[in-house]
Ligand binder design. Structure first.
Ligand SMILES: Nc1ncnc2c1ncn2[C@@H]1O[C@H](COP(=O)(O)OP(=O)(O)O)[C@@H](O)[C@H]1O
Ligand SMILES: [Mg+2]
Length: 443
């Protein structure tokens, strides 16, 4: 497994960051002001299109000033309390710039969903008021009305698209570093296609270099797809299974409109549909299992790990079929299935909604939280209510649908347990399309 070049060639210090001179200057004088004890502003928000170096500059800034980077992906920490505790622990404990100062970094702030991440913005605002450390944020699109309060509380710094000259220097450096032959005209094509997004450009360069061993204009113009189209789940699964080369599978995964947790389920469901040889199936599941481990690691520690997830679930699954390597191999057409879990979640959603309504009504009468009712009262309630349902219905003002829920036999055992786990897992996996897009481009 090769290291993604976007990770390998990520700038280490601010000096390594191409272009962005104004931004670097801004960041330097901001941190200097903190070091002098009179911060020019508590927080800075870097904003601009993907692949312009926002995340890189946060890391480089911390390296340059030998600060410990306390990083959290704002959109992923949908759990308000963990976001808060990560940042608060960092903000409250320790002295100003004690033995080793910290730089708090909230990446992809525009991914915060006010509905799901209820209170996240106000928590960040509170943290801004109390922090002892500089806070850096990054966003692709900060103009969302939900972010207005946040915008007003920080210094906004624009990060512009990378210029062509800078981009060329960047790509050249990599070609030299990797000792691969890159035609100048090929680089021109890549630069043109990437439109200032260096992540795209570097990934593109790597996929050609790895697939063909050299980067020529002819290859680039054949492969370049200026307008990337997002693949639906069926197309994604097909493109992965039908990919003859690793890079094709990788491209399919990173161009998919399906977010990665869900895509894993799609692949998982359809591996035994597509592959016929037991060994192929085994290898494919093995790759997928490892993809899932890296996904967890990406969530826990570093988003850079996500590249491995893509490598494993795209090329890993695609190359599991040994027959593919023979020249006579032909893709077999199969009819793919929806992941069962998705169907189940969909079906049980309505049931869960009804359950939650009942719990709310009970909670109203008992002056107790839904969680408490759910754990302590609801199981007994169901048993009692199914026996003396009429009085109960009247007292709680239950609707016929809610009555139906109570009286249906499966409720007593199944639903309460089963839905509990599925609610938890769905919380962990939902994410907005926009953020998962921007992340999937990292691969
Ligand atoms: N200004 C830059 N100078 C050098 N490399 C860059 C620059 N911008 C981006 N890169 C490269 O592109 C990759 C993606 O950049 P990143 O900082 O993650 O972009 P953003 O956070 O703005 O989407 C980095 O790993 C790095 O290799
Ligand atoms: Mg970023």
């Amino acid at each position: 497994m090769t290291v993604p070049w976007v990770v390998k060639y990520r700038p280490r210090t601010l000096d390594d960051v191409e272009n962005q001179e104004d931004v670097k200057e801004e960041l330097r004088s901001w941190i200097d002001s903190w070091l002098k004890g009179s911060p020019s502003s508590t927080a800075v928000m870097l904003y601009g299109p993907p692949g312009t170096g926002k995340t890189s500059m946060a890391i480089a800034l911390a390296n340059t000033y030998k600060l410990e980077l306390v990083e959290t992906n704002a959109s992923d920490t949908r759990n308000l309390s963990s976001l808060r505790s990560i940042v608060e622990r960092a903000s409250v404990s320790g002295s100003l710039f004690g033995i080793r100062g910290k730089l708090i970094f909230l990446d992809e702030v525009d991914g915060i969903q006010p509905k799901q991440d209820f209170g996240a913005i106000s928590a960040i605002l509170e943290i801004l008021r109390n922090t002892k450390y500089p806070i850096l944020m990054a966003a692709n699109d900060p103009w969302n009305p939900n972010l207005r309060d946040l915008r007003n509380a920080v210094k906004m710094v624009e990060v512009k698209k990378l210029g062509k000259i800078a981009m060329r220097r960047l790509l050249k450096k990599i070609c030299t570093g990797e000792k691969i032959k890159c035609e100048d005209s090929a680089l021109d094509e890549i630069i043109e296609a990437s439109d200032g997004d260096s992540r795209y450009a570097i990934n593109f360069l790597q996929s050609i270099a790895e697939g063909y061993g050299e980067v020529t204009e002819k290859l680039v113009s054949e492969l370049v797809r200026r307008k990337e189209r997002e693949l639906d789940p069926f197309e994604t699964v097909r493109s992965v299974f039908w990919a003859r080369y690793g890079w094709q599978a990788k491209q399919a995964v990173s161009n998919s409109q399906v977010e990665y947790d869900l895509l894993m389920r799609w692949l998982s469901e359809n591996i035994p549909v597509q592959y016929e040889m037991l060994n192929d199936i085994w290898r494919a599941y093995d790759a997928l299992a490892r993809a899932s481990i890296f996904l967890t690691r990406a969530r826990l520690s570093s988003w850079d790990m996500l590249s491995y997830t893509f490598d494993l679930m795209g090329p890993g699954v695609a190359m599991a079929e040994v027959e593919k390597k023979s020249p006579s191999w032909k893709a077999k057409w199969k009819k793919y299935q929806f992941p069962t879990l998705v169907q189940q979640l969909y079906k049980s959603k309505r049931t869960r909604d009804v359950r939650d309504q009942i719990i709310k009504k009970i909670g109203y009468h008992l002056h107790s939280s839904s969680a408490k009712i759910y754990n302590d009262v609801f199981p007994f309630f169901l048993i009692t209510a199914s026996r003396s349902s009429d009085e109960m219905a009247k007292y709680l003002e239950l609707t016929p649908e809610e009555m139906e829920f109570i009286s249906s036999s499966k409720v007593e055992e199944g639903i309460t347990r089963e839905t509990r786990t599925s609610t938890q897992s769905s919380e962990g996996t939902t994410r907005s399309r926009s953020t998962s897009r921007s992340r999937s481009r990292k691969s």
